[in-house]
Design a protein around this ligand. Structure first.
Ligand code: E4P
Length: 218
């Protein structure tokens, strides 16, 4: 299972990268705005900085909602670095653009996916990644994990290459449940990754080992 971090915060990206388990980064316009990154030039420079920190795929989302605009933006983003994955919304023009980029061998991440049917369309358009937003489904009393299971079944039935990128992850249990369901990737905040480290028995056990070492070596 690949671990992506869902942020535009460079310190958090660097911290996850330093842990040695980071496979990529996802961003979106809201996450960029949260870091105060506005304006085309600043956003482009920020993507470059992210690519310098991580070794894996970096999703960069287009703002256009029409095919021509998405193609123009996506080509400019993809030209920045081979790590860039063009992130496209699941609307008709997004699916058309996905097919266009996929035919050209440019990686894509189809985002804002909330149903199995949408995920099927993204796979048929040749998406590299599909991003079902499980946390946002949970927010409206709908089982986000069930969507991951449905997409897994459909993709396996037809051996689609599209990777399921479980997005809108909120906490460690989402990560574990997505891993059980066979999600190819998860993207979440730093705490959803570092939270996996935590167990009181690990801390208690380590303290005891160190205490016993000291006794034996004093
Ligand atoms: C996915 O790529 C999105 O950036 C993200 O996971 C959305 O998460 P949120 O629902 O916590 O905003």
């Amino acid at each position: 299972m690949k671990f992506f971090i869902d942020t535009a915060n460079l310190d958090e990206i660097a911290e996850a990268q330093a842990l040695g388990v980071l496979d990529g980064v996802t961003t979106n316009p809201s996450l960029m705005a949260k870091e105060g990154i506005t304006g085309e030039e600043n956003i482009i420079n920020h993507y470059k900085k992210i690519c310098d920190i991580v070794e894996g795929d970096v999703s960069a989302e287009v703002i256009s909602t029409d095919f021509d605009g998405m193609v123009k933006e996506g080509e400019a983003l993809a030209a920045l670095n081979p790590q860039i994955v063009v992130k496209l919304p699941l609307i008709a023009d997004g699916i058309k653009a996905c097919k266009y980029f996929s035919d050209k061998g440019i990686k894509t991440n189809v985002t804002l996916v909330f149903s199995a049917g949408q995920a099927l369309l993204a796979a048929k358009a040749g998406a590299t990644y599909v991003s079902p937003f499980l946390g946002r489904l949970d927010d409206i009393s709908t089982d986000g994990l069930n969507l991951i299971a449905e997409i897994r079944q459909i993709y396996d039935n037809y051996a689609f290459d599209t990777q399921i990128l479980a997005a809108s992850i909120r906490h460690t249990m989402h990560v574990i449940d997505c891993a059980k369901l066979g999600s190819d990737v998860m993207t979440g905040p730093l705490k959803s990754i570092t939270g996996l480290l935590k167990h009181p028995l690990t801390d208690i056990g380590l303290a005891k080992f160190l205490e016993d070492y000291k006794k034996g070596n004093s």
